[in-house]
Design a protein around this ligand. Structure first.
Ligand SMILES: Nc1ncnc2c1ncn2[C@@H]1O[C@H](COP(=O)(O)OP(=O)(O)OP(=O)(O)O)[C@@H](O)[C@H]1O
Ligand SMILES: [Mg+2]
Length: 461
């Protein structure tokens, strides 16, 4: 049992504390009204011994404050004032008993016990319906242990907590789904980027299959099967072109031999001879086209080329000499700027084919009395640079990239005039690629055409 003793007489306070503690009560003390109220608001006491004449706030005011604030602890007034009026005032203010000073300790103890007994009998009776609680003594209604009037604040607090909780949960869920989605989508991204990498040039590449035979495994293996089929039909297509051109070569050659023989026969009418010459020309162009087609399809089927030591300096000189007569006939001035002893590892025959095609173009798409410059030098990083410059009609900027496509010719009229099939540069590009090099052309309408080839000295494509 805990008792609060409020008195400004410190000797009395000490004495009372001593006696009450002897009786096994826990004792707390206050020397003025303000201190008493502070303690009453903080702790729950079983009984209060309250003096009336107190500094700061008098006892009667303390009593009124207590009762107004629902502190229903039994109060025993202890005062020097012993007249009836004071007793009435005290009891009216909410005191439970009254004892005038000086008092007998035994009487005080008896009154304390009586008060405690009464307060025990007078314990709060609670009526409960679900979470609603009615205190019959204080007439206070509470819900979930709180006075109903405080519920508004609680509801606001509850809503705030739910909102904060929901927000935190949403953020967490968004983050979690982002992480999970990232993890789930990673293999799909890998499959996607690998599938993008595979094109007609890299059709032998395949998507690596995962360890588990799940949906992604099935997707990757279906894509791989599709690439198998594509590779097979690409291969068949290339083989078909190669076989068709090969099959055409012999009959065309036979026809040419026959036609060339027929032209030289005696007693042929002049008109008929002219027609034979024209058709022989057509046959020669056809033979050239078939040869180009065959070469290109064979190159397309290849992954690599021969590797032997090739001296590019000698190769250029050889090709240029082959074309000496054409240079002279077209009065084209040739300027050579060649570094001697430039060697690379590659396929001599095919590199020669490249040079022939390029020199052929530089001569064909030139003007009489025009110019050609050929330059050969070594670059840093073990690379060789070969460039061919020629005067002539030039290539319009828009056509620059397309001239490497099969059968692409700048302006149809040029092909009629020059008789090209549009496969020369395509073959050159493929040969350079097979050597691990690159080719590009700089030109514009009416300007010099500048063809650049960069080849690695040792690496093969
Ligand atoms: N050095 C060049 N100067 C100007 N135009 C060029 C040059 N080289 C190529 N071209 C243009 O690019 C086109 C494609 O050239 P490519 O060598 O591939 O085919 P082609 O010469 O027409 O035929 P082919 O070489 O198969 O006999 C040509 O039609 C030509 O208009
Ligand atoms: Mg050509």
């Amino acid at each position: 049992m805990q008792i609060l003793v409020v008195d400004d007489d410190l000797d009395l306070l000490e004495e009372l504390t001593h006696v009450l503690q002897e009786e096994k009560y826990k004792v707390d003390t206050a020397a003025d009204g303000e201190q008493a109220l502070d303690k009453l608001f903080e702790h729950l006491y079983d009984i209060v011994l309250l003096d009336i004449m107190l500094p700061k706030i008098d006892g009667l005011t303390v009593l009124k404050e207590m009762r107004q604030n629902q502190i229903n602890t039994p109060v025993l007034m202890l005062t020097a004032k012993g007249d009836v009026d004071d007793k009435i005032k005290g009891l009216d203010s909410g005191a439970d008993d009254y004892l005038a000073k000086p008092f007998d300790m035994a009487e005080l103890m008896a009154r304390i016990r009586a008060l405690l007994r009464r307060s025990g009998e007078n314990k709060d009776i609670h009526l409960r319906i679900d979470a609603i609680d009615l205190n019959t003594k204080t007439r206070q209604v509470t819900k979930v242990g709180k006075p109903i009037e405080e519920l508004d604040e609680d509801i606001v607090e509850l809503i705030q907590s739910i909102a904060v909780g929901l927000l935190a949960t949403t953020i967490f869920l968004v983050w979690l789904s982002y992480m999970i989605a990232g993890k789930v989508l990673k293999p799909i991204r890998t499959i996607n980027s690998l599938a993008r990498e595979i094109n007609d040039k890299t059709l032998n590449k395949r998507i690596p299959l995962g360890e588990h035979q799940d949906e992604l495994y099935m997707l990757a293996s279906s894509l791989n099967q599709m690439f198998d089929r594509l590779q097979y039909s690409f291969q068949r297509q290339k083989e078909f072109i190669a076989s068709a051109s090969h099959e055409l070569k012999t009959p065309i050659t036979l026809l040419l031999i026959f036609m060339e023989g027929a032209i030289h026969r005696e007693n042929l009418p002049a008109k008929f001879r002219q027609r034979l010459i024209r058709h022989t020309d057509i046959l020669r162009r056809m033979r050239r086209l078939v040869k180009n087609l065959l070469d290109l399809s064979i190159l397309e089927l290849k992954d690599s080329v021969e590797s032997e030591k090739v001296c590019l300096f000698e190769l250029v000189q050889f090709v240029v000499e082959e074309y000496q007569e054409v240079f002279a006939a077209k009065k084209i001035n040739l300027e050579l700027d060649l570094t001697t002893d430039v060697n690379i590892v590659g396929d001599r025959e095919r590199l020669q084919r490249c040079l022939i095609n390029l020199v052929d173009n530089a001569l064909k798409y030139n003007v009489d009395g025009g110019e050609i410059k050929i330059k050969l030098f070594e670059e840093e990083d073990d690379k060789v640079h070969l460039s061919l410059f020629n005067t002539g009609p030039g290539i319009p900027r828009d056509d620059l990239e397309r001239v490497f496509e099969q059968f692409y010719r700048v302006e149809k009229s040029r092909s009629i005039q020059y008789g090209g099939s549009g496969l020369g540069l395509c073959i050159v590009k493929r040969i350079i690629e097979l050597h691990g090099g690159k080719i590009y052309i700089e030109s514009e309408q009416g300007a010099w055409t500048r063809v650049h080839i960069i080849l690695p000295k040792t690496r093969r494509g």
